[in-house]
Design a protein around this ligand. Structure first.
Ligand code: DGT
Ligand code: CA
Ligand code: CA
Ligand code: ZN
Length: 598
């Protein structure tokens, strides 16, 4: 079990104990442990294995929790959680998936309204019965109704890309240990870098499909086998995710990789292009279109003999490049294979040169222990140097974010003093390995304005303005707050401009067109927040910003040193929006970035 698995088990336990009305200190202990573990850099397994370390050295982990961690590491289960689950009706889990419904509210709904399903809750809201429950009211009722629609959508029951990536990397590493495997790769939505992934698609080049499928089933993380055919098997992997494994022959690998990477829309368009050229494309290769051949291919699809038979006539199939070339196209990056204008662009040789991780020179949004970060200023700077960054901006929260002990002018200036001294000492060693910008993440206040005065912000090198409070305000109010910040000459960038949290919370109501227009007019940047839960701006908005001439900033919003590593998630998002190096401000050198600043 990974740290995040164990963290979510503890979170789950905390929820269920809270539902039962358990001891608040016990609930809090699980909650805190979950939080700490989710932010640890080292894996719990390695802490446990180290001879000179103990699990109980970790903040908030006493002997009892350490024992539970060991049980989880050894068995992958926690008897306490199983007990709790057995005692609590299933509807509770269903209801807790609704954003904004915690264990306490769920308990009231179940006890007082005898709610026994999500549908029943929806009906109760429609009937106006929820508003009469103590401490609920009409506004809460309306919010619950909205959030039920959100929770019900299958769109919100998918893995985050980063979670899927962890599984993909582990399963590929395992598959590559099998002697029968010539090549193993990931495909599907994971390869296209989608925000979320439904199931995981793995492709293997091998002559011995049975041995390859046996190897997958021998993986210690392999759960139920859902299906097993001659060349395809589907199994349950970690977190219950479905893994589809397909085994193909060497000369078909490129065709199969192309086919199973998708998207479906992209493939449909590619096939119709092939047809225009008297060709047919399938997962075995590209073939001359002869009357009846397609029907043949359908009839025999998936049979080994059939793939051999069709290979005799294949004009491409070994690599993806060959497949695209056979229909007169350059290779198209997976992130833009969504059935938009990518084939037209490829045809005209106008595919964008998508931004890549290597292009990034700086990270302009991060937190330290001065507010809600886990690492000190020095630790963050060192981690940024290790990651090869040329500059960073330290952007702790402004004073409005009381929960995070936000900075007032005095504490902020004190931090900036530390940053000055740090830059000086880095410069003493000759060419400084990194430059640290004096930044701040100010809050756009509910009533308008920012939570720190302009005379303070004028001293900053970099100002992120974000909207954390009053997210339920009407659309025009929120839009006005954001545009006001954009028009403030001190503000460099708008942080996570729509506030959405994937699978958890929809974006607030905002007129993005007006925001983009104002950003273009004033030369304010918009953020692509790289945190895998946020990825905010989303793809359509980021593409629209580019079109309007707005520069984007890809930032990690790191709250720990490990948090700096999510930059790659933001890069994938930018690539899917078709963004190039030129469109991203933090691909510039610091000198160029400063010129670009308004
Ligand atoms: P997901 O799993 O919901 O995140 O999305 P995908 O894109 O990974 O979809 P999945 O796993 O159903 O299929 C993987 C790829 O295989 C898909 O992107 C295209 C290809 N594929 C699957 N089924 C079909 C099909 O019926 N027709 C075509 N043209 N392609 C298909
Ligand atoms: Ca898939
Ligand atoms: Ca699949
Ligand atoms: Zn932040």
């Amino acid at each position: 079990m990974t740290n995040s698995d164990i963290s979510s088990v503890f979170d789950h336990v905390a929820d269920l104990l809270e539902y039962q009305g358990g001891n608040v200190f016990r609930v809090r202990a699980y909650r805190n442990a979950a939080h700490t573990i989710s932010r640890m850099v080292e894996s719990l397994a390695s802490v446990r294995a180290a001879p000179d370390r103990k699990l109980t050295d970790i903040d908030g982990i006493g002997a009892d929790l350490a024992g539970k961690i060991e049980t989880l590491l050894d068995t992958g289960r926690l008897p306490l959680l199983d007990d709790l689950k057995a005692k609590i009706p299933a509807v509770v889990f269903e209801l807790m998936r609704v954003p904004g419904l915690g264990p306490k509210k769920v308990k009231v709904l179940v006890d007082e309204l005898r709610i026994d399903s999500l549908d029943a809750l929806e009906q109760a809201c429609r009937d106006g019965r929820v508003r009469d429950v103590k401490r609920f009211g009409a506004k809460t009722e309306a919010a619950i109704l909205d959030n039920i629609a959100f929770a019900k959508s299958p769109e919100h029951d998918r893995l985050l890309w980063e979670e899927a990536d962890e599984i993909v990397q582990t399963v590929l590493a395992w598959m590559r240990r099998c002697a029968a495997v010539r090549q193993a790769e990931g495909a599907g939505s994971w390869r296209r870098g989608r925000e979320t992934v439904g199931d995981i698609d793995i492709l293997v080049d091998s002559d011995d499909a049975a041995a390859v499928m046996d190897h997958l089933q021998a993986w210690k993380e392999c759960g139920d086998v859902l299906l097993r055919g001659d060349t395809k098997t589907s199994v349950r992997g970690p977190r219950g995710v479905q893994i589809d494994l397909r085994v193909v022959e060497h000369d078909s690998f490129g065709a199969a990789w192309q086919y199973f990477t998708g998207s479906k829309d992209h493939n449909v368009r590619l096939r119709s292009r092939a047809r225009d050229r008297k060709l047919t494309i399938n997962e075995y290769g590209v073939f001359p279109l002869v009357l009846g051949a397609d029907a043949d291919a359908k009839r025999v699809r998936g049979k080994k003999s059939a793939s051999r038979l069709s290979q005799a006539a294949a004009i491409a199939g070994r690599t993806e490049q060959d497949v695209y070339q056979a229909v007169g196209l350059p290779w198209i990056p997976p992130e833009i294979r969504e059935g938009g204008d990518e084939i037209a662009l490829a045809e005209r040789d106008e595919l964008p040169t998508l931004v890549s991780l290597d292009d990034i020179r700086g990270d302009l949004h991060m937190h330290t222990t001065a507010t809600d970060g886990e690492a000190t200023l020095g630790e963050m700077v060192r981690a940024a140097i290790e990651r090869g960054l040329a500059y960073i901006a330290v952007t702790d929260h402004g004073q409005r974010v009381t929960m995070a002990h936000g900075l007032d002018a005095k504490r902020l200036r004190k931090q900036w003093g530390e940053i000055d001294r740090l830059n000086d000492s880095l410069a003493e060693e000759g060419r400084p390995p990194i430059v640290v910008l004096k930044g701040i993440e100010v809050d756009m206040l509910e009533k308008g304005g920012l939570d720190l005065p302009d005379d303070v912000l004028e001293e900053a090198d970099w100002v992120v303005a974000s909207l954390h409070y009053g997210q339920n305000q009407p659309r025009d109010r929120i839009t006005k707050r954001i545009i006001e910040a954009i028009e403030n000459s001190c503000v460099s960038v708008i942080g996570h401009p729509t506030g959405r949290l994937i699978n958890r919370r929809p974006a607030y109501e905002v007129d993005m067109e007006a925001v983009i227009e104002a950003a273009a007019k004033t030369g304010t940047f918009l953020e692509i927040n790289a945190n895998p839960w946020r990825l905010d701006l989303n793809v359509p908005h980021a593409a629209a910003a580019k079109k309007a001439g707005v520069k984007l900033v890809i930032s990690t919003d790191a709250h720990s040193t490990r948090g700096l590593d999510v930059m790659r998630c933001g890069i994938l998002q930018a690539r899917r929006a078709g963004l190039e190096k030129e469109d991203i401000a933090n691909t510039r050198s610091l000198a160029q970035l400063k010129k670009l600043l308004k």
